[in-house]
Design a protein around this ligand. Structure first.
Ligand code: GUN
Length: 287
């Protein structure tokens, strides 16, 4: 079997087009422009690229983008004061603090200072609790993007066995909650899971979010399964820089029914969902 390639790039372009159309309508009919504030502390090269891409996509769909770049030695008090001012700013509907933060800053404290209504990452403890109890919340962008692609491919997900490999707060845990919300039978596997390969082979839906290059290989995939690769790992191969996922693409694609590539799978969906969350936040703020 050769897997169907789930084209996240094209899917994300469609989501962005829908968001852009809604933004244009808001401007025309209500004179409102959604605004997204992104805060970057320090000089992490990968974070700088992500922030640049977020800014460009925000502008492209017609939203206002407010970028705040702070030096790595910024104090917690300064960062919290900036978040307070963004919370109070009516032009700002979404706030994202790029992670990881420099080690001297308490990420939990910082994230929980963001108004839950403007928490477009869905990382605030209130939104985590709402998602965990099946209530309306801001949903983290990466798992939301994965869910959209899975629903599009499968239609209904009810009753399918889903295995999420990885237990991070950003992807693994919220992904499992979302799949449970769609009535999948969900297993969260991780670095201490016994016989990971056998657990993975039980999956109709396999989501890899471990941050380890090409760790999930074809022999761990059930024939016909849908494989969602959340990993973005920069490696060097044959002297060249290369971007690979958490899934060994060639071997997995030979067994799976459908698979997301890296790049061009989950990555573009994350930014599209960030814009969708910002639009949702703006609509909720304006009744
Ligand atoms: N760093 C890596 N992924 C993310 C994300 O989804 N949101 C934020 N704020 N930081 C990140």
């Amino acid at each position: 079997m050769t897997a169907k390639v789930i084209d996240g790039k094209a899917f994300a372009a469609g989501v962005r087009a829908q968001v852009a159309a809604h933004v244009a309508k808001l401007a025309e009919e209500n004179g409102i422009q959604p605004g997204l504030a992104v805060v970057l502390v320090g000089e992490d090269p990968a974070s700088k690229v992500y922030v640049k891409n977020k800014h460009a996509s925000t502008i492209e769909v017609g939203m206002a983008s407010f970028e705040h770049r702070l030096p790595a030695e910024t104090s917690e008090a300064t960062l919290l004061a900036l978040i307070d001012s963004l919370n109070a700013d009516p032009k700002v509907h979404g706030i994202l603090v790029q992670l990881p933060l420099p080690a001297h800053l308490n990420s939990e404290l910082v994230i929980n200072r963001i108004s839950p209504a403007k928490d477009v990452d869905g990382f605030h403890i209130s939104n985590v609790g709402l998602l965990g109890t099946g209530q309306k919340s801001m949903v983290p962008c990466t798992p939301l993007g994965c869910l959209m692609m899975l629903r599009d491919h499968h239609g209904k997900l009810a009753g399918l066995n889903a295995v999420v490999v990885g237990r991070s707060n950003i992807v693994g845990k919220p992904m499992a909650q979302l799949l449970l919300g769609d009535s999948c039978t969900v297993t969260i596997a991780h670095s201490r899971t016994k016989d990971l390969a056998a657990v993975c082979r039980g999956a109709d839906i396999l989501v890899a979010a471990v941050g380890r290059p090409e760790m999930i290989t074809g022999d761990m995939v059930k024939p016909g399964a849908t494989v969602i690769d959340v990993g973005i790992n920069r490696i060097e191969r044959d002297g060249k820089a290369k971007l690979v996922g958490d899934v060994h693409y060639e071997s997995a694609a030979a067994v799976a029914g459908a698979i997301t590539p890296v790049p061009g799978g989950v990555g573009p969906m994350t930014i599209a969902c960030l814009l969708a969350n910002t639009l949702t936040s703006c609509c909720r703020a304006n009744g």
